[in-house]
Design a protein around this ligand. Structure first.
Ligand SMILES: [Ca+2]
Ligand SMILES: [Ca+2]
Length: 216
């Protein structure tokens, strides 16, 4: 057990209104004057392993931990230093970084599925090569991506894109496009790092837990 400065306990304690139970969050401020944050720090390190950007961020936060703890608003300072503020994060509120990505991904999939099925002329929920040819002929060059998706997606090469093949190719294409948009957003990755219960939402309690984990 490592002794924590009173200020860290203040950080955790000041957020107790939003913490439903200390046992769940791992912050135990009620039973004595110290909490053991070393397992949490080890967890953050382990999660950052293999991600140079997250390792650099974590190192920088550790180097600046005194400045964070001694600032007027330690959690705000931590959020600024971690790059969270540039990503729509609001201090004191749940930050559903995971859901935002899920919604964006679903929209891309919806758009792709709509375009794929606009070629399904006989409505059997499959796209034949004939149907694709007719659809492309009537829509011009703007739908050239459709031909690529068809070739990529027809993995059994029977010249028919069935529902299973459509699902696979649409999922892959949506992930590829989204990776290009949001793959390296620092704030989202830091939110993922601090999301202790891995549910896609960084809560104020989890941010406080991360702040405590950074203090020796
Ligand atoms: Ca096929
Ligand atoms: Ca969470």
């Amino acid at each position: 057990m490592r002794r924590l400065p009173a200020l860290v306990l203040f950080i955790a304690g000041s957020l107790s209104a939003s913490i439903s139970g200390h046992a769940e969050t791992g912050i135990s401020v009620g039973s004595g004057d110290f909490v053991d944050s070393s397992p949490d720090f080890a967890l953050l390190r382990q999660r950052a392993e293999g991600n140079p950007m997250l390792l650099r961020t974590l190192d920088s936060l550790v180097r600046n931990r005194a400045a964070i703890a001694e600032s007027d608003n330690p959690l705000a300072t931590l959020a600024d230093m971690a790059g969270l503020r540039s990503e729509g994060f609001v201090l004191g509120e749940d930050y559903a970084f995971g859901q935002a990505d899920l919604v964006a991904n679903a929209r891309i999939r919806g758009d792709l599925i709509g375009r794929v099925f606009s070629a399904d002329l006989n409505g059997d929920m499959q796209i034949s090569r004939e149907e694709l040819r007719t659809a492309l002929a009537s829509s011009g060059n703007s739908e050239r991506n459709m031909a690529e998706l068809f070739i990529l997606g027809d993995t059994d090469e029977d010249n028919l894109l069935d529902l299973g093949e459509i699902r696979t190719v649409v999922t892959q294409e949506a992930n590829r496009r989204q990776g290009g948009i949001s793959g390296n957003r620092r704030g989202v990755q830091v939110a993922w790092l601090f999301d202790f219960d891995s549910n896609g939402t960084l809560t104020p309690a989890e941010l406080a837990r991360a702040a405590a984990a950074l203090q020796p």
